[in-house]
Design a protein. Structure first.
Length: 315
């Protein structure tokens, strides 16, 4: 069988508008985005995870419309109240509705997880691209900086940095938590991007771009980073789950989001003292963290297989 028999023809059979349209749609389905979507759809767990993550995100966004009560509204007749028609998921030690607090807490946890991921990806990609492309003293300086950050015990560093925001409340505390988590998570992305660019910059098409006089910024933005987008996207999804866990740990130990603002981590800490009498106070926020992190990890697995041209699922 020769090569012409192996590759399907995309030319219209009769030259009619209908045949031309079908050929154009067939070509579009063979683009990178189309092939990626076809591979991703075959990953059933990743599709389920994407739907769950979308549902959780929309529930958090529309929490003011979905929550039956305010997150800090107290029912003095329902301290540690069991699930009932008035409080579907029960109430906590202050008589606050658990369903409302789970919805509003999801806004904070997901906001911190996604925002810290975006900032970490931006900074890590920028520094990793500089180190991988220029090398030399630039590479040494950036990599030594990452080594210094990675040399500290992660949670000890988080607790020390979080001590500086003691007493800060509201939006400022959320912003500080985002910056703190970003400060310890950009290093992994920087190392990843550096490694990808070190291998890519020796390729022939990069040498051709140099010969054509393309600027370093143009080579990085137009040629190198687009070819390294697959591992960046996969690690970005995994970073969301990791950052949500970091925020939960900080809030659990009292270094994170400060009362009266609630997150899933702070709800776990609040319900710990009443766990024997009211286990739902820790079960529901813990379950939300579990579902969210599991969904993000499964989504990352699906994207990894979809973006890998040598994946078995892609054949």
């Amino acid at each position: 069988m020769n090569s012409s028999e192996m590759i399907p023809s995309l030319a219209p059979a009769d030259g009619s508008p209908q045949s031309l349209l079908e050929a154009q749609l067939d070509v579009r389905s063979h683009t990178l985005a189309g092939l990626t979507w076809q591979r991703f759809r075959k990953h059933k767990l990743a599709m389920v995870a994407a739907v769950l993550l979308l549902f959780l995100t929309m529930s958090a966004i529309f929490a003011p419309l979905l929550a039956p009560y305010g997150p800090n509204a107290m029912d003095f007749a329902a301290f540690n109240g069991a699930p009932s028609s008035a409080h579907w998921l029960g109430s906590d030690f202050s008589g606050r509705d658990m369903l409302s607090r789970v919805l509003f807490g999801g806004r904070i946890s997901l906001l911190i997880g996604f925002t810290s991921m975006i900032t970490a990806i931006a900074i890590g990609t920028f520094l990793g691209a500089l180190a991988g492309y220029f090398g030399g003293w630039v590479d040494n300086l950036i990599m030594r900086l990452t080594d210094v950050v990675l040399s500290f015990p992660l949670y000890l560093l988080l607790f020390v940095l979080s001590a500086f925001i003691a007493g800060v409340q509201g939006a400022q505390s959320i912003l500080m938590i985002v910056l703190i988590i970003m400060a310890v998570s950009w290093t992994y992305i920087a190392r990843l991007v550096r490694g990808e660019l070190l291998s890519l910059k020796e390729r022939e098409f990069i040498q051709a771009a140099h010969a054509m006089g393309v600027s370093p910024a143009g080579i990085i933005l137009r040629h190198l980073l687009p070819n390294a987008i697959a591992p960046i996207v996969v690690n970005a999804t995994l970073l969301v789950g990791n950052n949500i866990i970091l925020e939960s740990v900080l809030s659990f130990f009292g270094f994170g989001v400060q009362p009266p603002t609630s997150s899933w981590g702070s709800m776990l800490a609040d319900g710990l003292s009443s766990q024997a009498q009211a286990p739902w106070e820790t079960i529901y926020p813990g379950l939300m963290i579990l579902i969210t992190v599991l969904s993000v990890n499964l989504l990352g697995d699906g994207l990894r297989d979809a973006l890998d041209p040598f994946s078995d699922r892609g054949h």
